[in-house]
Ligand binder design. Structure first.
Ligand code: MF3
Ligand code: CO
Ligand code: CO
Length: 270
């Protein structure tokens, strides 16, 4: 059997990985998270998103790894950088960061064939109260979703946990983008929705690997994709935030492959 086909697939086409595969994912996730730790000092007022991306590309190369996004469906950068009302898939470019900008940096690396996919929020200059609350709620939404992960739970349980938490804070969950299975591939079944009803969707089993990556808007949930065919923005121009972890289902819960080795996850606290 080839390495690609080791393990088995569920009825829904979700791969069940073996114990040894967790080690591969842990290594890939740790590199992605280490890069997100190290990039923080490169985010400041006056910096361009292209310059940040360049540093990320160099860090991936210095680690002897590969970027999963360069060459992916014609994408040419080592990260997505999504500023303010950009929901996701912001393309690094000559945009100059200004005081108060909040940005998501999303990095996916390939280490020994395993994919580590993670994103966090960063800040240029000073943080407004409403941006601070949005970022706090979005991170808490991700962690609330991860807390729902255990064998026997369903993907709908994860989505419901995220949606009910976010909507109780009077913010909205983006429906147009979702998390995904990953492993030795970037995007695999299932679609991991960040909204839903308890008990619906495929059942979680030990050995499943996937991302949870909720996008939360201060305003309405609707998005649109710009003419560049990548950049997704909020239709109402409201501020949007996102956090992403790659995780594996264990016998009792979840292993988070992309936890920050430095214990960081947020621009100003934690
Ligand atoms: N990292 C993104 C995700 O979370 C995918 C980015 S694809 C790109 O799935 F081509 F836009 F980089
Ligand atoms: Co992802
Ligand atoms: Co990502």
């Amino acid at each position: 059997m080839s390495e690609q086909t080791r393990g088995r697939l569920t009825r829904e086409g979700i791969r069940i990985h073996e114990a040894a595969d967790f080690t591969g994912m842990h290594r890939a996730g740790a590199l992605a998270a280490t890069i997100l730790d190290a990039i923080a000092e490169h985010v400041f007022v006056g910096q361009t998103t292209a310059a940040i991306d360049k540093v990320i590309e160099e860090m991936v190369e210095a680690a002897g790894a590969r970027s999963a996004t360069i060459g992916y469906k014609g994408y040419r950068h080592a990260s997505c950088i999504s500023v303010n009302h950009v929901v996701c898939h912001g393309i690094p470019g000559d945009k100059v960061l200004k005081d108060g900008d909040i940005l998501n940096i999303d990095v996916t690396v390939i280490v020994d064939g395993w994919f580590g996919d993670t994103s966090r929020m960063y800040l240029a200059g000073s943080l407004s109260r409403k941006a601070e609350r949005l970022i706090q709620v979005t991170h808490e939404a991700l962690m609330t979703g991860i807390e729902a992960v255990r064998p026997g739970a369903t993907f709908g349980d994860i989505g419901h946990a995220i949606q009910s938490y976010v909507e109780a804070q009077r913010m909205s969950v983006v429906r147009d983008f979702c998390g995904h299975g990953l492993g030795r591939v970037f995007h695999a079944p299932p679609n991991v929705l960040h909204y839903g009803r308890p008990g619906t969707g495929p059942r979680l089993e030990e050995g499943m690997f996937f991302t949870i990556e909720p996008m939360v808007n201060l305003g309405r949930p609707e998005t649109k994709v710009l003419a560049d065919d990548w950049t997704a923005v909020t239709r109402d121009k409201s501020l949007s935030a996102q956090f992403e972890h790659s995780i594996g289902v264990t016998s009792s819960g979840a292993e988070i492959f992309t936890l920050s080795p430095a214990g960081r996850f947020h621009p100003t606290w934690g």
